[in-house]
Ligand binder design. Sequence first.
Ligand code: NAP
Length: 325
Amino acid sequence: MRIIIAGFGTVGQGFAEVLHNKADMLPVKVVAAFDSKSYAADSNGLDPLALVERKKRTGAVGDHGLTGGTDVMDDVDYDVLVEVSPTNIEDGGAGLRHIEHALKRGKDVITVNKGPLALKFRELSRLAEKKKALLRFEGSVGGAMPIINLCRENLKGERVRSIRGIFNGTCNFILSRMDNGLPFEQALKEAQQLGYAESDPTYDIEGIDAACKVVILANSIFRRNVTFSDVSITGITSVSAEAIALAADRGMVIRLIGEVSDKTLEVSPRLVPKGHPLSISGTLNTARILTDLAGPITVSGKGAGRIETASAILSDLMAIMDRRR
Ligand SMILES: NC(=O)c1ccc[n+]([C@@H]2O[C@H](COP(=O)([O-])OP(=O)(O)OC[C@H]3O[C@@H](n4cnc5c(N)ncnc54)[C@H](OP(=O)(O)O)[C@@H]3O)[C@@H](O)[C@H]2O)c1
């Protein structure tokens, strides 16, 4: 199986390392990899670890200047595109162009890039179906926490009634620190110092990241036809120290909860009783899936991280290998 890796930052490099570490169980070749400015390509297969080392040393994954990712995709024969370029929630950005380009040519796609899925889920799914290509995106919601394939494959016979969850580890870290008496600004600063929050934290603290995930769950598990603008979003910037203290007096914590069902599509700070599965502290993601037969199922896992997110990509890759065998 021949792979192109589009985007070679945190996740792209983590995935390359996983391919190296698991080479004995994976009959795959990386035939090209590209970042924002350069690319490397070899139809005989590139050494994934050498790509990582080169990227770390020089800042570029390859020797060749990049004119456009789709040019590389046209020049190299491949089977699967692993799309891990930055999320763009305005218009889907380069990630959307790469995914559409691959699907139009009947190539299978694995992505953890939320922008294209949150904006164009229905179109991309239809395109994949029409071209008999596979589109998989486990790591786009909750990183290493299994949820999409769990609901679509393991819980296939169930009717999922609702999913409520903590889908943004940065917000959860900030709210957990506020439980300990830290004001919002100080908790945010700590999250930034620890590398959990970006220097511009808007995407996380305004609930945008969690909303993208809620949209992906709504479309992929509830078969709804919704997009990012359909989500009712309230972030955590208005959660005051007083509100946290009042909640604590009543045996509650405040958590940023994403909820999706046939009718609901919402991200907002909510009161959660202490001890409830969604009252967790720290950076973990957690989801409570309510099904008709099995009842409530709770999953939890690392929502981000280079190797953790690569683990979700690997599971999608192995599923594609099984299907294509
Ligand atoms: N980090 C996580 O734990 C995590 C978890 C779940 C999902 N995700 C998603 O995974 C994706 C990648 O995240 P990341 O943390 O790896 O981001 P990152 O470290 O910023 O890496 C992004 C990579 O994409 C490259 N890139 C930028 N514009 C490009 C373009 N037009 N064409 C091709 N490549 C381009 C960048 O190139 P340069 O290196 O040249 O700048 C960089 O190599 C994002 O969509 C993110 O939302 C990340």
